[in-house]
Structure formats: structure tokens, C-alpha cells
Design a protein around this ligand. Structure first.
Ligand SMILES: [Zn+2]
Length: 365
């Protein structure tokens, strides 16, 4: 608490018990008097000061300077982006950005994929992504891998929007939870990409660590073989996607360290923000960096006691004085197209998607 507050307390002590203006000395007064002197707001303010939760005078004086977005909406984000000349945007994505490409959210239990795997007697669906189980029985994983193999799907509007952000010099980094490699297919350069849960693009022998390419693995996976290492002739080659209990790639930690302190806008796309440490990234940008969530559901919110005592952390859409966090409800493609439209790149994005999709179709033939 500030020194002026301490002075005030001293004054109160000196004046006691004669003054009637001090809240501590109103106990003997009639209720009516008390009510006239202390509005509910005043009482709240007094209690907050007494409990040292925050300095209310300072807070109200600063509130206009503290305002981050003039308008807590997608328009506010676009204004901010233009006015502040953002150059260090971080995008974070989950399965929601790939669903429109036809990729099932394969960690969720409600997809047909797991149904197809019943014949393999998995102890539970997640066993497919457990190293112990994989070492004993890699077959179910490769059945799934065949369905998810890169090259089978076309990146979405959202993926190309992120590529445009990069081409406009605005993207610091794209962090993805997805292992579908659609970011790479969309043309987001590898150095701008952190594949937090790994990638199918490379694979390693579990015994001798020899590295293999996607093409090499694909050839075998599509023949319904379990890829075996040609160097040691013993190990199974596992695509470099992160299994349960495995460490995240080093690049994740290296980039998080240097990126987030520079982040001037965070855009979170299609993630339920439940898988850690990825989900925790939302609390890493500086406290005045706006955060936009484009998702079907409101997620990642600060809850309970954390919110009550004003600790930083999760997203804070519903706080009365929120000028930082924006939630846009809907599909990632629609949200990104809307953002592009408002930034004046709408047609450019549509053209890019069309041209790139045509290229991919041609290569398939
Ligand atoms: Zn090997």
C-alpha cells in the first residue's frame, strides 16, 4: 500500500474517537446516517483498500491509459493491429483449424477412427499414443497413421491466412498442436513453425535413432507394413509425433523463451486449451498484449479464486474492465476470412486458397 495510505491511517488514529467522518467511528451512529455516508460502492472501495487488494484511486486514474483495445471485438483487434503496427503476432492452433480439411480430431473418442481400431484390443483409445504399448504393438498406430498421413488433405483457409500473416511480415511464430503437417503443406516456412506435438514429416528408429523421411515411412505405411529400420534391422521407425509422456521438442522450449516476451498480438485458433504445456502459452505474452480466441466455444478462461484475487493467467473475456481479450465464436476458416476481409486481404486470401488447392489436386493426378 502506498505511503499516502499509511499517512491516512495515522491521521485516523489521531482523530479517533471524535470524528464522525471516519468509517471506523460510525458504529454508534444511526443506520440512516451510515447509509447516507457510505454508498455500497464506497464501502466496497473502503474494504478493498483495507484489505490491500489494490489501490483503487490509482486504478481508476490509470484505467483510461490501461485500456488496451478501444473496442473489445474483432474490429478492435484490427484497429489495434493497424495502429500499433504489430510485427510480432503469435498464432496458436489446435485441431479445430484442421477439421474443415477433413482431419478428425483423433484424440477425441467420438470419431470413427477408434471404432476401426477395436479389433486391436486396445486397453483404452489413448494406448495408441503410449510408448509402452507402441513398443509391444505398433500396428494400431500405423493403421491410424495411414488415415492421417500428410498428403491426403488440403490445408484450410485458416492455414493460408497464417501464411499470409507471414508473407506480410507480421508473424513471429505459429505454434501448433496438430501433427497433420498442414502448416508445412500450406507453405508456412519451417523456421516460423513450432510443432509442439511433433510431426509426421520425419521419423526415427526407436533403437538406433536413425532418421527417416515421410516419403520412406509412407511407402511402408501404405503397404500396411510396420516400418522397420534398415540400419539396425531391429527397431521400429516411429514418426516424430509426441506420444503421451514424451518430452515436447526442444524447439518448443527454445522458441517459447524468446518469442512470447516480444508478442504484440496473440491469436488462438481452434484449440480447446486443455493439453498442457501448450495451453499454458496463453498466459505468456506481456500483460498488455491483446489476445483473440477464434473458436466454437469459449475456452481457456481464468476461473475461481485466480480471477477473484486478480491474478494473471487465463483469458478474461467476461471481466467488467476487460479491454484485452476478445472471443469470436465460430469456425476458424470463417473467423480468419473475416479478419482478412477487415484487413483488406480478403480477396488475396481467397485467391491463394484457390490456387494452392488446384496445385495440390494436380499433384495428386
Ligand atoms: Zn535402427
Amino acid at each position: 500500500m502506498s505511503s499516502s495510505k499509511e499517512n491516512l491511517d495515522e491521521e485516523k488514529e489521531r482523530e479517533a474517537p471524535t470524528t464522525s467522518n471516519d468509517s471506523e467511528n460510525t458504529r454508534d451512529e444511526s443506520l440512516e446516517d451510515t447509509a447516507s455516508k457510505f454508498s455500497l460502492a464506497g464501502l466496497e472501495r473502503y474494504l478493498a483498500e483495507k484489505m490491500s487488494l489494490f489501490d483503487t484511486d490509482k486504478k481508476s486514474a490509470q484505467s483510461s491509459e490501461d485500456k488496451i483495445l478501444d473496442d473489445v471485438s474483432i474490429d478492435g483487434i484490427v484497429d489495434y493491429l493497424k495502429k500499433k503496427d504489430c510485427k510480432n503476432i503469435i498464432t496458436m492452433a489446435g485441431a479445430g483449424i484442421s477439421t474443415s480439411a477433413g482431419i478428425p480430431d483423433f484424440r477425441s473418442l467420438n470419431t470413427g477412427l477408434y471404432y476401426n481400431l477395436q479389433k486391436y484390443n486396445l486397453p483404452h483409445p489413448q494406448s495408441i499414443f503410449e510408448l509402452d504399448f507402441f513398443q509391444k504393438n505398433p500396428k494400431p498406430f500405423f493403421v491410424l497413421a495411414k488415415e492421417l498421413c500428410p498428403g491426403m488433405f488440403k490445408p484450410t483457409v485458416c492455414h493460408y491466412f497464417i501464411r499470409l500473416l507471414n508473407e506480410k511480415g507480421l508473424l513471429l511464430r505459429h505454434y501448433t498442436q496438430n501433427v497433420d503437417s498442414l502448416e508445412r503443406v500450406a507453405g508456412i516456412p519451417e523456421d516460423k513453425l513450432v510443432e509442439a506435438h511433433g510431426t509426421f514429416f520425419t521419423g526415427h528408429c526407436l533403437r538406433c535413432r536413425a532418421e527417416y523421411s515421410l516419403e520412406w515411412m509412407k511407402e511402408r505405411i501404405f503397404k500396411d507394413e510396420v516400418p522397420k529400420c534398415e540400419k539396425c534391422n531391429k527397431g521400429v521407425v516411429k514418426p516424430d509425433i509426441i506420444f503421451f509422456g514424451e518430452n515436447l521438442p526442444e524447439k518448443f522450449y527454445d522458441c517459447v523463451d524468446k518469442d512470447f516476451k516480444q508478442c504484440d498480438l496473440l491469436i488462438i485458433l481452434g484449440s480447446s486449451l486443455v493439453v498442457h504445456p501448450f495451453a499454458g502459452l496463453i498466459s505468456m505474452p506481456p500483460s498488455k498484449t491483446p489476445r483473440l480466441l477464434i473458436n466454437r466455444k469459449k475456452v481457456g478462461q481464468r476461473t475461481g479464486i485466480m480471477a477473484m484475487i486478480g491474478l494473471p493467467g487465463g483469458l478474461d473475456f467476461d471481466r467488467k474492465d476487460n479491454t484485452r481479450d476478445v472471443f469470436w465464436s465460430g469456425d476458424c476458416d470463417d473467423g480468419c476470412q473475416l479478419l482478412a476481409d477487415k484487413l483488406g486481404w480478403g480477396e488475396e486470401l481467397k485467391k491463394l486458397v484457390q490456387e494452392e488447392h488446384q496445385k495440390i489436386e494436380k499433384n495428386k493426378l
